[in-house]
Design a protein around this ligand. Structure first.
Ligand code: SF4
Length: 365
């Protein structure tokens, strides 16, 4: 439940709360602050709707510093929606490697196809038409529409929730639906009050990322400190409260290195589920650890001499994956046998790439 510290006995309608900051004042402060305090990031150097769209998709679940490393080379490969649509999904997924959450690469490609086929190759400029594109939700649509087209559209992500919860001294978990609703209303008021809604939105995001950070915020550097509710009450460190940690599903992935001359056998994962469509060593997935015989029985072709090499664990957002690495022999010829160079051009999850690079080329029979 969402409460204020000023009136802990009752749930409070934030629209009448004493801490509510005047939107015109806050928007003006934020718009003035941003040009002088923004980080230099490649998608801010040269602006275009397509660059904004790609950067927003990349930033959905990847840190800005990681995106910054990869952004320009990705844009050189796909300088406009038509070049991406024509290149095909596999090329986009391969170029996406290192950014994680590959589903976004597939959705981005699907969006580029829609832009090519329905919008004459130009990114559309309204929230409604952007939301209709694959992979673009309310936040991303508002972000692209405001930054690239100057539309007065609100945005709410984790950074914005933290800033608004603190400004308004709302004591709630950051995933509390009533807090999120409140933030959308407040973000809408701020965007409407802004002279340049795109600048306002980028400023809000930037403030959350660099000043009003999780943990201890740098309030002395904040343009809104004079009227911040959390700062006034001395609760800026404790709100918003953290989300409940996700319950992770336990998965055992038994991966097998099979070599033939200088090649290894690789295959694609199914189109849905964990690491969908990425390449991997032939693997057997289960909820419990399997013996080598059980692993061999789980494959759709014959392997002999299966030998366990190592095990390691990776934590994903919703899963705890235990890798069990084996090597073995097979007479099977069908399938995708790759040399080192071919394997390096196929998109793989980060742990699978690490595993192949470290183990697959170590010896051959
Ligand atoms: S004053 Fe501090 S807590 Fe309030 S918005 Fe600024 S950085 Fe966040």
């Amino acid at each position: 439940m969402m409460r204020t510290r000023t009136n802990p006995e009752m749930e409070v309608d934030r629209s009448v709360d004493a801490h509510r900051i005047e939107p015109v004042w806050a928007a003006s402060r934020l718009e003035t602050w941003f040009p002088n305090h923004r980080r230099d990031l490649p998608w801010r150097d040269r602006r275009s709707p397509w660059r904004t769209l790609v950067s927003e998709l990349m930033l959905q679940q990847t840190q800005a510093s990681r995106v910054a490393e990869r952004f320009e080379s990705f844009m050189e490969r796909f300088p406009d929606p038509v070049s991406m649509a024509d290149a095909g999904e596999d090329a986009v997924v391969a170029a996406w490697e290192g950014l994680g959450y590959y589903r976004r690469a597939r959705l981005l490609h699907a969006a580029s196809v829609r832009i090519r086929d329905l919008h004459g190759g130009e990114v559309p400029g309204t929230v409604e038409s952007l939301i209709a594109l694959p992979g673009i939700g309310r936040y991303t649509a508002g972000s692209i529409a405001s930054i690239a087209f100057g539309v007065s559209a609100p945005i709410v992500d984790g950074n914005v929730i933290r800033v608004i919860a603190r400004l308004d001294a709302v004591d709630a978990a950051s995933d509390d639906p009533s807090l999120i609703d409140h933030c959308w209303r407040r973000a809408e008021g701020l965007a409407s009050a802004a002279a340049a809604p795109g600048v306002l939105n980028e400023s809000l995001m930037e403030l959350g990322a660099t000043v009003c950070r999780p943990g201890t915020p740098s309030c002395d550097a904040c343009p809104l400190v004079d009227r911040c509710g959390a700062r006034t009450e001395g609760i800026e460190v404790s709100i918003p409260r953290p989300k409940r940690p996700p319950r992770r599903e336990l998965v055992h992935l038994h991966s097998i290195i099979l070599r033939r001359r200088e090649r290894i056998l690789l295959r694609r994962r199914p189109p849905a589920g964990i690491w969908a469509g990425l390449w991997e060593l032939p693997s057997v997935e289960s909820s419990e650890r399997l013996s080598p015989d059980e692993v061999a029985a789980g494959l759709d072709f014959r392997v002999d001499g299966l030998r366990h090499l190592e095990s390691f664990r990776r934590l994903l957002t919703h899963r705890e994956v235990h890798f069990h690495v084996h090597e073995g022999r097979t007479r099977v010829r069908r399938g995708t046998w790759c040399d080192r160079e071919e394997a390096s051009s196929l998109a793989m999850s980060k742990p699978m790439r690490m595993l192949v690079d470290r183990r697959a080329w170590a010896s051959s029979d």
